[in-house]
Ligand binder design. Structure first.
Ligand code: ADP
Length: 160
């Protein structure tokens, strides 16, 4: 069984992430979406909220699981017996950092390959931060995130 992990913050999940998830799920037998518990980053959604939101958005994809983890991503990959780590590339601005991380991870564990999927052009501008910024000013985020996520974001900002 070929397992891949797709690590990230997903605060919150966007259509850009979902596009990568759907494509990555076809490349492996099991795709584990791995939400990093990062205490040094302030997040809009708690890790549990993010796990539940992603489960809801991916419930129709059979081979996808959602988990959170602490510590090194490569250790989580090993724990899951993953052979691939999926990352999405939006633009050259992602490249330097992603290349460095993938090389560090390869040094730490030669058996886990980082696989980069380039963004669908439709979503190359899209990030969780942009979505939150637009939502904070009451803008329309229906093109950025699924309805259930848009609703959850609105609740955070409006408290209703
Ligand atoms: P991180 O904090 O690890 O960057 P993110 O949740 O922002 O976590 O992103 C997780 C992964 O998804 C990263 O590889 C990122 O490049 C990718 N990603 C984010 N937005 C998009 C998008 N619009 N299209 C393709 N990949 C994306």
């Amino acid at each position: 069984m070929k397992t891949a992990i797709y690590p990230g913050s997903f605060d919150p999940i966007t259509y850009g992430h979902l596009d990568i998830i759907k494509r990555a799920a076809k490349l492996c037998d099991r795709l584990v979406i791995a939400i990093l518990k990062n205490s040094s980053k302030t997040s809009l959604f708690s890790v549990d909220e993010r796990v539940n939101m992603i489960r809801e958005c991916t419930k129709d994809i059979d081979n996808v699981e959602v988990e959170s983890f602490e510590g090194l991503t490569i250790d989580f990959a090993r724990k899951k017996h993953a052979v691939m780590m999926i990352r999405g590339l939006r633009a050259v601005t992602d490249f330097d950092y992603e290349l460095q991380i993938s090389q560090v991870n390869k040094t730490l564990d030669d058996d886990v390959e980082t696989v980069f999927l380039s963004t669908n052009l439709k979503y190359s501008y899209l990030s969780s931060s942009i979505t939150k910024e637009i939502a904070a000013y009451g803008g329309d985020i229906s093109h950025f995130v699924p309805d259930s996520v848009a609703e959850a974001i609105r609740e955070k900002y409006n408290g209703n």
